[in-house]
Design a protein. Structure first.
Length: 175
């Protein structure tokens, strides 16, 4: 077993069997072992005593609107991911419609990725978007790594992300 970098001890640790006292052994950012609360610790390891705070796995928020680039004044990556981290969220998946350009092609996803800079406080992924006329861009979004795509069958509320219609093919203009 690898030597841990960090130990997190708590009297209320959420485990597969329920909440119990435990010590989490963290090596290179990953939990590598779980031992009893009072287990001996190497002297060269940082120990965080969570006391009676509840220690749980991080939460994934799969529906956030970060709006950067283009509408950063609504909410940008720095403040959105900082707020997520404060609430115990370790990963956010950003919706495709509120940034300019919207995330409807691999090129647009790259523009969004380039806007991240060193602003992140949590992990970030992007949903892709289906809009009229971008059916040929969906494969590129998949290669980019989006976990899935969103479309609207009603008005989205932003001009850059028009609704898709059924009957004329996915991503085709209505009419």
């Amino acid at each position: 077993m690898a030597h841990p970098d960090l130990l997190i001890r708590g009297r209320r640790v959420l485990l597969p069997t329920g909440v119990a006292p435990a010590t989490l052994h963290i090596t290179a950012g990953r939990i590598t072992d779980v031992t009893g609360h009072g287990a001996p610790a190497p002297s060269d390891v940082t120990i965080v005593d969570a006391k009676d705070l509840l220690v749980t796995p991080g939460i994934v928020d799969s529906h956030v609107h970060i709006n950067e680039p283009g509408r950063t004044e609504w909410e940008g990556f720095h403040t959105a991911t900082q707020a997520a981290a404060a609430g115990g969220i370790t990963t956010v998946v950003d919706m495709p419609l509120n940034s300019i350009p919207p995330t409807t092609s691999a090129d647009a996803a790259k523009v969004k990725q380039d806007a991240l800079g060193n602003q992140l406080h949590v992990n970030v992924a992007f949903w892709g978007g289906v809009v009229p006329g971008n059916v040929n861009d969906l494969e590129g979004l998949q290669r980019f790594g989006v976990p899935g795509c969103k479309c609207f069958t009603c008005e989205s509320g932003v001009d850059e992300f028009p609704m898709s219609t059924v009957g004329r093919g996915i991503g085709t203009p209505s009419g």
